[in-house]
Design a protein. Sequence first.
Length: 294
Amino acid sequence: MTRTTKGYILGAVAAVSYGTNPLFAVPLYELGMGVSSVLFYRYLFATIILGTIMLIRGDSFLLARRDLPLMVLLGIFFAMSSVLLFEAYRYMDVGLASTLLFVEPVFIALILWIFFHERISLWTLISIAICLTGVVFLCNPGEGAHVTATGVTLVILSSLAYALYMVMINKSRIRHLAGSTLTFYSLLFGMIVFAVRTDGFTEVQPVPSGLLPWACVAGISIVPTIVSLLTVAISIQCIGSVPVSILGALEPITGVMFGVALFGEILTVRASIGIVLIILAVIVLILSGRRQHS
């Protein structure tokens, strides 16, 4: 297997694995667990697993004292993006939520333009227009699909929180940290959010007894978290960030497939048009960025 082939395969694995979030979260909701409890276990076990992997590989845990406040803030944004998305699953179809989340690159472009005065190209404006059109279709997907204003708002805020997280990394000293170190502390400090939401962890719900709940907890800690984070890092090393970003279109497609196949969600014509438009908008934005830097 060539390095390029490996990169594309791992990039696809990263996108698909992240798209499995609702596969593990929704059954836990149906068993009576709340969002904060589900995410608490996800972040706890993911932190332990990633820390163990880093120890085995000999990765550095070193974090400069001056970087600590910023890293805490990044962890909070990282966790809030998860909280808002998982809350949105309660108010709209998970497939449509996964697609709306994909507007994050558009938010990054807008943040860089507004706050850092980076040039915004014609292609970026076209991408934003296509994306907004797709969002309009998803907000009114037609009979049979479940979408609420609350759900849409939560997903948009989730995407914005993650966009701010990414911009803060790229525009600060933190960008020099190894990917595994950055992710470890993002997960660790993200636990602050769940401490607040569960009154110092005293209101964390126990995992219901049985194989299914624990399988879902293990799955959500490993597949859309550890597997996705590690494979995307290796994939970027092999083929670069642009192809990996485009392969990210598999993420919302995965969410839609799970929603239709497992949760009985209905994929309407309007929703399908919205999904295609949002994915097209992100691909146009990524390719235009590549063209500007070539």
